[in-house]
Design a protein around this ligand. Structure first.
Ligand code: PEP
Ligand code: MN
Length: 344
């Protein structure tokens, strides 16, 4: 349930509602809004009685939350969240391009690619230092050395960096270096990792699991918000289907559904969805048209020599083309009122 306070509610009236919620053995989570405060009720065992809260002074409304996810839902927070990464904003009308190689391979490789993607329009740089690989014999990433290279890229270009924390144990180290910590598809339901991300002061990029439903994905995000970290970006990266013409099947309808269900920004990773270079640009165009708040694209200056995911990595010139094409599409489809769009 969500208790919505009136615009003129006093501090004391808000505190009284919080105390009443706690008195019932539940958790009260005040959500300050621009105009009024709403108080979310968490950890309730059964349905709550709205009339009980409506009797409190300063209470305007008590709305039952019908979804299993609460903090991430639009019912709880109608206005879209804007995730801030330094000067870069993502969500609620702010579009962001993230690009870089699958894995950091060397300082020269990372810097070369970073300069090229920055010139084309990327606002954040991506690159894995700890890689989740299907085979234990494949390149696993440079580890901490890779993180130091990412710090060097940031220093040199000013681009904030996104990189993956593979497990709970490595999270502290990754958090020290990263501007955004990525939780990969294989880890979407790694609950100790999600809880650790909830305690982080860095934004989290949460990828959709390999065959996760939207509800499971949003429940995973709920763990992070429940822990206190509200800076979460959702990333659709394709799901497993019977199709073999691409590595995964990009589920663009997920972008529409998530934007309606949740206030969190949702971006698209066409690279891991496609698994092949020739599909990345068309899928990116479609993702922008459908209203994604950003794209995360793999780019490599010499993909044939890449240590991972070379087949899906764009050449820098292709990334430039992608940037100019999506600009046109974004201009054509940009919602005038992003908040209203998502709720309509
Ligand atoms: C990645 O972005 O580097 C990655 C491994 O993606 P995913 O978790 O979506 O497979
Ligand atoms: Mn990759």
């Amino acid at each position: 349930m969500l208790v919505v306070m009136s615009r003129h509610a006093t501090r004391e009236e808000i505190d009284a509602v919080v105390a009443a919620i706690q008195g019932k053995g539940c958790t009260a989570r005040p959500i300050p809004g621009g105009e009024r405060t709403a108080i979310g009720i968490l950890n309730n065992k059964g349905a709550m009685d709205a009339s009980y809260f409506l009797a409190f002074p300063g209470v305007k409304d008590a709305i039952p939350v019908t979804r299993p996810y609460k903090l991430v839902s639009r019912e709880f927070q109608p206005k879209g969240t804007i995730v801030k990464v330094g000067d870069v904003a993502i969500g609620n009308g702010h579009f962001c391009l993230i690009a870089g190689p699958c894995a950091v391979e060397s300082e020269e490789q990372a810097l070369t690619i970073a300069r090229k993607v920055q010139k084309a329009g990327a606002k954040l740089f991506r690159g894995g230092a700890f890689k989740p690989r299907t085979s234990p014999y494949s390149f696993q990433g440079l580890g901490e050395k890779g993180l130091r290279i990412l710090a060097r890229v940031r220093e040199d270009t000013g681009l904030p960096v996104v990189t993956e924390a593979l497990d709970h144990e490595i999270f502290d180290l990754v958090e020290e270096y990263a501007d955004v910590v990525q939780i990969g598809a294989r880890n979407m339901q790694n609950y100790s990792l999600l809880r650790r991300a909830g305690r982080s002061h860095k934004p989290i990029l949460l990828k959709r699991g390999l065959s996760a439903t939207i509800e499971e994905w949003l429940m995973a995000a709920e763990y992070i918000l429940e822990g206190g970290n509200t800076q979460v970006i959702l990333c659709e990266r394709g799901v497993r289907t019977f199709a073999h013409h691409s590595r995964n099947t990009l589920d663009l309808s997920a972008v529409c559904v998530v934007s309606k269900e949740s206030h969190l920004p949702v971006i698209v990773d066409p690279s891991h969805a496609a698994g092949r270079r020739d599909q990345v640009i068309p899928l990116s165009r479609a993702a922008v048209a459908v209203g994604a708040h950003g794209l995360m694209v793999e780019v490599h200056h010499a993909p044939e020599e890449a240590l991972s995911d070379g087949a899906q990595s764009l050449y820098p010139e292709q990334f430039e083309l992608l940037c100019s094409q999506i600009q046109t599409i974004y201009n054509a489809f940009q919602p005038a009122h992003p908040v209203e769009r998502a709720g309509d």
